[in-house]
Design a protein around this ligand. Structure first.
Ligand code: PLP
Length: 474
């Protein structure tokens, strides 16, 4: 009996049949979704109801409807009305590389456990390093998400600092990282994981447009040093998650050079701007950063999660996790770039490089230029439309495809604008024609949009604004 079920589960014929059906389902989805159609972005349900549905399905549902039912109960990232969190409408080809990765399941910890994807990882990260403007000694790696890449980079930075910059054996040292008050929460989380404690992060104020105040860096560093805190790294946001505003990386890198600090650029969202002939200046200075995080699944049309972490000096990536794991990792004198687990947090990881390599092979780097440029242009167009409306207010001058704004009208008795905008966002979510998110900036509630679909148009922006007026009852 047991062998029967295993035979059935591994049956090539059922796989062939199911796969063809699924590919048809997904292709139909792309066909009806990418440029909008009548379907909603999201069919919002309360978590308890959704839980009830899937509990029941597990018992009574028809297995032949599994994928179809999932399809109807998830958010549709490829919809032009999807303007929510920063995640790519992934390219169809990466659905196929993802399937290959899942089924072939090469663990990639060491070279033998995935020769092709290992060298592909070298090739795609080399090409990223080149696009950034890094020198030949640069090396990169792929890892599971921007949060993990940032943690890894900061561990490398600390390792470098402790090994090379300061060698005195002081006890109870207080180490810290400087970053803008708009940084992604994962930077603070990284410093906590690293055990840096409460003052492990020094938060630098931002200006009216939420960009780091580089004029304050000197003073904050000085104050920290006076207090006995050793700052070993400065992190730049490219751009910051909430507002989409890029820090002035060029000024920051000059500061870190002068002070001997590690400069890490968190370009999880906007690193792909290096490919844009129009917007690459936003990344000016990044070529001098010690390390850079770039998410493939945000602005490079890859599925979640695949992230590149690049080091200007590849040697630093080999020191991050130096330790013994003899059954797997042997000591070596040459640079064994092909034993990936020496440099990553992961031991087993999925074959992420397949996505990058397939996209480069099929479409070349110009597809990244087209995508980023188009989306940043669209956000600029949307901001123009917004600035023409008397009843809307922008939070910032946009520098990327992230745009925050709020509805500004006389509110009902006892209701604040913050409450009204919160209510609007909830109604939009439940309506499902569009998907937008929200953020609070300096106490003010905003509707937050990230334009992620290159086929979104000005028509959709105007429709969204009408929808907002409608749900607000105006
Ligand atoms: C999204 C984001 C992260 C986190 O990346 P994940 O891939 O979601 O872990 C970190 N920093 C910035 C600036 C981001 O936008």
């Amino acid at each position: 009996m047991e062998t029967d079920i295993l035979k059935q589960a591994y049956s090539p014929n059922s796989f062939r049949k199911q796969a063809h059906e699924l590919v048809d389902l997904l292709a139909d989805y792309l066909d009806t979704t990418l440029e909008g159609g009548t379907d909603k972005v999201i069919q919002w349900k309360r978590p308890e109801d959704e839980l009830g549905y899937w509990k029941d399905f597990l018992k009574n549902g028809d297995q032949n409807h599994l994928f179809q039912n999932i399809m109807e109960r998830i958010i549709h990232i490829h919809h032009p009305g999807y303007m929510g969190h920063q995640i790519s409408p992934s390219l169809p080809i990466t659905g196929l590389s993802g399937m290959m990765s899942a089924l072939m399941n090469n663990g990639m910890g060491i070279y033998e456990m995935g020769a092709a994807p290992t060298v592909m990882e070298r090739i795609v990260t080399d090409s990223l390093c080149q696009a950034v403007g890094y020198p030949k000694k640069a090396r990169g790696l792929l890892t599971s998400g921007g949060s993990l890449a940032n943690l890894t980079a900061l561990i490398s930075a600390r390792q470098y600092y402790l090994n090379n910059v300061i060698t005195t054996g002081r006890e109870n040292r207080r180490l810290a990282v400087m970053v803008s008050d708009q940084a992604h929460y994962c930077i603070q989380r990284a410093t906590k994981i690293m055990g840096l404690g409460e003052d492990g992060i020094i938060s630098i104020p931002t200006d009216d447009n939420y960009q780091i105040r580089t004029d304050l860096l000197e003073e904050y560093l000085h104050n920290a040093t006076e207090e006995g805190i050793e700052v070993f790294a400065l992190v730049g946001c490219a751009p910051s998650t909430a507002t989409g505003v890029y820090d002035d990386l060029d000024s920051m890198r000059k500061f870190t050079l002068e002070k001997g600090l590690w400069f890490h650029v968190d370009a999880a969202h906007g690193g792909a701007a290096i490919y844009s002939s129009k917007y690459k200046d936003l990344m000016k200075g990044a070529a001098f950063a010690d390390s850079i995080t770039i998410d493939g699944h945000k602005m490079m049309m890859m599925p979640g999660i695949t992230t590149a972490l690049l080091y200007q000096n590849g040697q630093h990536s080999h020191n991050t996790f130096k330790q013994k794991a003899e059954y797997l990792l042997e000591e070596s004198d040459e640079e064994d770039w092909y034993n990936l687990a020496k440099r990553t947090f992961e031991c087993t990881k999925h074959m992420m490089s397949l996505h990058w390599y397939a996209v480069l092979k099929l479409y070349g780097p110009s597809v990244f230029d087209e995508f980023v440029t188009r989306l940043y242009d669209l956000a600029a167009e949307f901001s123009l439309i917004l600035s023409e409306q008397a009843d809307f207010e922008l939070a910032t001058t946009p520098m990327s495809n992230i745009l925050c704004f709020r509805y500004m009208v006389d509110t009902n008795e006892g209701e604040s604008l913050n409450e009204l905008n919160k209510k609007i966002r909830q109604s939009i979510l439940e309506d499902g024609t569009f998907y937008v998110v929200q953020t609070k900036l300096r106490g003010v509630q905003y509707i937050r949009t990230t334009i992620m679909n290159p086929f979104t148009t000005a028509w959709h922006f105007r429709e969204l604004l009408s929808k907002i007026r409608e749900v607000a009852g105006r």
